[in-house]
Design a protein around this ligand. Structure first.
Ligand SMILES: Nc1nc2c(c(=O)[nH]1)N[C@H]1C(S)=C(S)[C@@H](COP(=O)(O)OP(=O)(O)OC[C@H]3O[C@@H](n4cnc5c(=O)[nH]c(N)nc54)[C@H](O)[C@@H]3O)O[C@H]1N2
Ligand SMILES: Nc1nc2c(c(=O)[nH]1)N[C@H]1C(S)=C(S)[C@@H](COP(=O)(O)OP(=O)(O)OC[C@H]3O[C@@H](n4cnc5c(=O)[nH]c(N)nc54)[C@H](O)[C@@H]3O)O[C@H]1N2
Ligand SMILES: [Mo]
Length: 676
């Protein structure tokens, strides 16, 4: 048993599992869930079971690479770290001198979620004066929607759900993307709770639900207003809670009255009787619990959708009943103090920001502020960012110098001029919090770095030295950063210190199961049915049920397309592991039998999916898992792993959602035809 060492899953998933890694002969050869981690409960997903294969993969990058062939050719030669970092320093210096430091853009997201490594480049790029990156691709719109209604900060603890008698999974494919929530939900189900799924398709989770409301993508706000109309119309309200803790109820009631079930049925595609059924069930439940995923937010009006859903618990006073409430993010992360890690004060005043969703536009030669050097780490924008053709046009620019810190030659790294091999989570020290539970854990290296791989922090620290940066932050190692992150004095981190985390065991943050018991962190301190803050943005201060729609170019692209995650990949990660690709199978498009028949498409046939932004080839899966007019493509496959060589983000747009600036990944109009 001695050679099982504790670690933490570094991936962008709510579960942030505690792991045990078996190390033999200096290699990790097995990973299992930590049986003593209260949320992991001893099991892991099928992706992490393959983690040793990923860490010790024969295609893992092990030495710095310099491009030798044309851009994108994948032709590189190995160079030394000294040569690589000298070149990087020279290019940064020259680019700043010739084009100004704002022509440098860091591009990073969440390939590794440890706080230190994830934030390791921030101080460096701020000090350089590089353009700032708005890291909004994923959760910003959902957070903003919640914040306008309930205030910012953590939402209801997921483990509360086990006391609930009605669990609504609203736009989350829990069995794929939040697997460790399932045992808590099942505990409630065993005690008689009803499980409801609200989702445009019968995904793996919906298949296990007592009731599945199959709605049109982008129509969630209308559905929520429909439920409100039932609750208010049939007076299933907690009047005392509404009086004491909310703002604008009379206005809301007037608005909700405009959404009777028949009208909502027309907008959403959900039968009126189902809307009434769920409204009543919600009103009658003792402790209704809503788990929102990110699905409803990945829409042009996704902020409004999330804001509207988040208001439901206030009507029935669900927050105050054990088992009731609403969950987006549990967020011990918000208790940390990232001020030293981020070192915002090093950033010169007036430095511009690029929203990472709009990378394609930012890399255009016509951009108002051209980018001449991009430094990518913990992200794979050639696959994950929307509007891939625009991104690829940018990456192909001869006058763009591209640096990638990567573990694999991804579809982004292929375009790089310089590739720096990155250490995996098993080779680094870091601090982890989760967005699906309240445990905090530290991990230390369990194996030596593979090949010449280096941690992100060590590379940025050495680069800082080469650039002549002398601030204290550039000398801090991982442990110093962890101490700073924990040292902000937040009451929720009471007893959680570098020392107490040192044995690498999980410690629970001190956040109440119902964090709203401490009040709502909105401007008014109340749940805001009516929001002055939203009015100030020029948007409707009340919930509005107008659905999100992408431009269909006068009916040329009549089908809605959503692009949610699949079970076997983690965003674009794990595409490099052949077992995962085999298990994931072909990239598919689910479409309704009526839509298939109208186009001469048969189940299993290859189809061309296209719109004004691009096209890709997918394998048709003809099924009534969706409503007519709706299509689904699960998973971020590398383009190279699809028959047409192009991934799904060739079809998505750089348009931003209404609040928070996230991408509307699930708001696309397309047409489909049999592939020639
Ligand atoms: N296996 C696996 N797990 C993952 C990931 C992964 O790639 N693979 N990604 C991780 C990351 S980064 C994140 S952010 C989370 C995301 O996890 P989720 O929240 O589960 O992902 P979403 O893309 O938001 O899609 C969730 C569900 O929303 C549905 N949906 C799409 N549009 C709408 C809509 O308009 N309304 C409603 N009600 N539902 C809609 C989709 O059909 C899907 O079933 O998962 C994390 N976990
Ligand atoms: N169409 C569509 N597009 C989407 C989504 C969708 O639902 N639909 N989901 C979106 C969401 S929710 C998100 S969060 C983004 C995710 O976007 P990203 O955060 O870019 O996601 P990943 O694909 O996981 O890419 C991370 C990269 O980090 C690398 N990596 C992993 N560990 C390490 C490490 O320790 N060091 C270094 N240097 N690199 C490492 C991996 O090899 C991988 O290439 O994608 C978004 N894109
Ligand atoms: Mo995400």
């Amino acid at each position: 048993m001695d050679n099982w060492r504790p670690s933490v899953c570094p991936f962008d998933c709510p579960d942030t599992c505690g792991l045990l890694v078996r190390v033999e002969g200096g290699r990790a050869n097995a990973v299992k869930g930590d049986p003593d981690h209260p949320f992991t409960q001893g099991f892991i997903c099928q992706k992490m079971a393959q983690y040793p294969a990923r860490v010790h993969h024969h295609q893992r990058l092990t030495a710095p690479l310099l491009r030798t062939g044309p851009k994108g050719s994948g032709q590189f030669k190995e160079i030394t770290w000294d040569e690589a970092l000298s070149l990087a320093a020279r290019k940064l210096g020259d680019t700043a001198a010739i084009h100004g430091p704002a022509s440098i853009l860091p591009y990073s997201y969440a390939g590794h979620m440890g706080h230190v490594q994830r934030g390791s480049g921030h101080a460096f790029f701020h000090k350089l004066g590089a353009t700032k990156l708005g890291r909004t691709i994923c959760s910003a719109t959902a957070s903003a929607g919640y914040a306008y209604s309930l205030g910012s900060g953590p939402s209801t603890d997921l483990s509360q759900s086990r006391h609930s008698d009605l669990i609504i999974i609203w736009g989350s494919n829990t069995l794929s993307t939040n697997l460790h929530a399932w045992p808590w939900f099942q505990e409630a189900v065993k005690r008689g709770a009803r499980l409801v799924v609200i989702d445009p398709y019968a995904n793996a989770t919906a298949a296990k639900a007592d009731l599945h409301l199959k709605l049109r993508p982008g129509s969630d706000a209308a559905l929520a207003l429909g439920l409100m109309q039932v609750l208010i119309g049939e007076d299933m309200l907690d009047h005392e809670f509404i009086r004491a803790h909310t703002l604008g109820f009379a206005d809301l009631a007037e608005r909700a009255a405009q959404y009777p079930p028949e009208r909502v049925a027309e907008i959403t595609g959900v039968p009126a009787e189902r809307i009434v059924e769920l409204g009543r069930a919600y009103g009658q439940a003792k402790a209704p619990f809503i788990r929102t995923g990110w699905g409803p937010a990945r829409q042009l009006k996704g902020g409004m959708a999330m804001r509207t859903i988040a208001l439901l618990p206030a009507l029935v006073g669900a927050f105050e009943r054990p088992g009731g409430g609403i969950l987006r993010s549990t967020g011990a992360g918000s208790c940390l103090d990232p001020s030293r890690l981020n070192s915002e004060e090093l950033c010169p005043a007036g430095t511009p920001t690029v929203n990472m969703v709009e990378l394609g536009a930012a890399l255009s030669p016509e951009a108002s502020r051209p980018i001449n050097l991009m430094w990518v780490y913990l992200s794979n924008p050639a696959v994950v960012a929307p509007d891939t053709s625009a991104v690829l046009r940018g990456l192909a620019r001869e006058d763009l110098f591209l640096v990638c810190q990567e573990m694999f030659l991804t579809e982004t790294a292929r375009w790089a001029d310089l590739v720096l091999p990155a250490a995996s989570s098993l080779e680094m020290t870091d601090l982890y919090t989760a967005y699906g539970h309240r445990w905090v854990q530290m991990a230390r290296p369990v194996i030596d770095p593979v090949g010449q791989c280096r941690s992100l922090l060590s590379v940025f620290q050495e680069m800082a030295g080469r650039m002549g940066f002398s601030e204290e932050v550039f000398a801090a190692d991982e442990e110093q950063h962890i101490a700073w992150l924990l040292g902000g004095g937040s009451p929720c981190l009471e007893g959680i210190t570098l020392e107490s985390l040192s044995p690498c065991r999980p410690l629970k943050a001190n956040i109440p199961a119902n964090p709203y018991s401490r009040g709502f962190l909105t401007h008014s301190g109340k749940v805001e049915f009516y929001s002055e803050d939203i009015a100030a943005l020029g948007l409707d201060p009340l919930p509005s049920g107008e659905p999100s729609r992408d431009d269909d170019h006068g009916g040329a692209y009549p089908l809605q397309l959503i692009t949610p995650p699949c079970k076997r990949f983690l965003n674009s990660t794990f595409n490099e592991v052949s077992v995962q690709r085999e298990k994931a199978g072909d990239a598919t498009l689910i479409l309704h039998p009526l839509d298939a028949a109208a186009r001469g498409i048969v189940d299993g046939g290859l189809v061309r999916v296209f719109n004004a932004r691009g096209e890709c080839l997918l394998s048709a899966q003809v099924s009534d898992a969706v409503l007519p007019g709706v299509t689904v493509a699960e998973g971020l496959y590398w383009g190279a792993h699809t028959p047409g060589g192009r991934g799904i983000n060739h079809l998505t747009s750089q348009a931003l959602a209404d609040l928070g600036g996230s991408s509307a990944f699930h708001c696309n109009q397309v047409e489909v035809a049999p592939a020639p």
